[in-house]
Every structure is written in structure tokens, then in C-alpha cells.
Design a protein around this ligand. Structure first.
Ligand code: PEP
Length: 251
């Protein structure tokens, strides 16, 4: 059975004291979430170490929002996967659409970041998804297929099993306009089919594929009910502990 995951991407929000209050609240409320659901908090870098300490011994895991494509060296301002791993974080988001758009991250660079994550035993949460223009022109399956093949197809089967995928249509991120559960299911099934062609059906069937894009308490249940949707990558709604927990209870 695939792991069901609800991950909260805080983006560049909260001061460190605010982040600590928020994670304490999430941890406290998380007792109502079935143990089988994995919760991952993804705060800004400055909060990571403190939040990892607070989450020790709880069911909440902690991830970073990005990592460098290199292991170490003269790359001012960058943070390596090894550094993230060394403080006890377990996950790292790779290829969020905001990184692709504002920092020109492309599929090949994202492959290098995924390799770095794996070398430091981090689970990459690899984001893919089409822009509005691509949805409207009807070539959204091709766009996502390219993102999947260029960033993931050089991995071994064993490495592929250590990847979580987040399908996040760019037009749904932070817009309040989520994909319908049918649109999410169709793309998730397509991603799984694409993975099966390369890595085999058993591996494709084992990979958790999360939906992201204006996922909130009012729509999570319908989206998570779809057979190929294994959870969510939650932006705005993860900044409110009650909303995040309600989403995690929506399976
Ligand atoms: C995200 O940033 O990954 C995201 C899904 O944001 P939101 O939930 O706010 O649309």
C-alpha cells in the first residue's frame, strides 16, 4: 500500500517565533490524525533546526524547501542536501513551480538536486505541473511527461522508490482555484502510467503522488478520495494549524 502524505509548504512565511508557535500547534493537534498518514512540515531554512528539535519523538517529519545542486564549496547563499540532512530533516522539495519560474530551475538541474538529496538520504518531493497556457492549449500531459522524464528517468529503480511526486498545476497554486478531482486523478494516473513504462508497474504503483494547488479543508476530501491521489502538498492552508490538520484528516 502506498504511503499517504500531507506536507505543508510554508514558503517564505512566518518569523521564527511564529513558525515555532505554528509547529507546536500542529504537533499538539496531530494526535487526531491516523498514524498511517505522514505529516511533513516544510518551513523556511532559518526555522529548520529548531523545528526538527520540536518534532523529535512526534509523528511530524520536517523538510526543506530547496537544496543546492552541488555537494559543497564556493556557492554563496546555497544550502546543501548534506547540511539539511545533518540537522535531522528528512525531506526536501525539489522543483516547486516558484523555483522553476523565479530562479530558472530546469528539469536537468532538478535531476542533479534529486541526486544530491538521495546522496544525503533525504526524500525529494519532486514538483511538476503545467502552466495555465499549457492547460488551455491542451498539451499539459506532454509538459508533465517531459518534467518527469527529464528529471527522473536517469534514476535507478531503487532511487525512484525514494521519490515522492507532487502534481501541482501552476494555475491552481495560490489562486484559490483548485484542479477538479477528475483533473487531478487524470494527471496522477498519467504520471503513474509514465513511470510504469520506464520503471515497471510495481514501482509506479508504490510511489506516492500528492496533489497541490489551492487544496483546503473544503476540497481535500473529494480530491484525496481519488485512487491515484495519495495526499497533498499544501501551501496557504498549511499556515493555519486547524486547516492543515483538517486536510490531513480528509482521507
Ligand atoms: C504550493 O505552494 O505548493 C501550494 C500548493 O500552494 P497553495 O496550496 O497555496 O495553492
Amino acid at each position: 500500500m502506498r504511503k499517504r502524505i500531507v506536507a505543508g509548504n510554508w514558503k517564505m512565511n512566518t518569523s521564527q517565533p511564529e513558525g515555532i508557535e505554528l509547529v507546536k500547534s500542529v504537533i499538539e493537534k496531530s494526535i487526531v490524525v491516523p498514524k498511517a498518514i505522514e505529516l511533513v512540515i516544510i518551513p523556511p531554512f532559518t526555522h529548520l533546526s529548531e523545528i526538527v528539535k520540536l518534532s523529535k519523538g512526534t509523528s511530524v517529519k520536517v523538510g526543506a524547501q530547496n537544496c543546492a545542486e552541488w555537494s559543497k564549496g564556493a556557492y554563496t547563499g546555497e544550502v546543501s542536501a548534506a547540511m539539511i540532512s545533518s540537522i535531522g530533516a528528512t525531506h526536501v522539495v525539489i522543483g516547486h513551480s516558484e523555483r522553476r519560474e523565479f530562479f530558472n530551475e530546469d528539469n536537468k538541474m532538478l535531476y542533479r538536486k534529486i541526486k544530491q538529496a538521495h546522496e544525503s538520504n533525504l526524500i525529494p518531493i519532486y514538483c511538476c505541473g503545467e502552466k495555465l497556457k499549457e492547460r488551455e492549449s491542451g498539451n499539459f500531459f506532454e509538459v508533465v511527461e517531459k518534467q518527469i522524464s527529464e528529471s527522473l528517468f536517469e534514476l535507478s529503480k531503487e532511487q525512484m522508490l525514494q521519490v515522492v511526486i507532487a502534481y501541482e498545476p501552476v494555475w491552481a497554486i495560490g489562486t484559490g482555484k483548485n484542479a477538479t478531482s477528475q483533473q487531478a486523478q487524470d494527471m496522477h494516473a498519467f504520471i503513474r502510467f509514465t513511470l510504469a513504462k520506464k520503471f515497471g508497474k510495481d514501482i509506479a504503483d508504490s510511489i506516492s503522488i500528492l496533489y497541490g494547488g489551492s487544496c483546503k479543508p473544503s476540497n481535500a476530501e473529494e480530491i484525496f478520495a481519488r485512487p491515484d491521489v495519495d495526499g497533498g502538498l499544501i501551501g496557504g492552508a498549511s499556515l493555519v494549524a486547524d486547516d492543515f490538520i483538517t486536510i490531513a484528516q480528509s482521507f
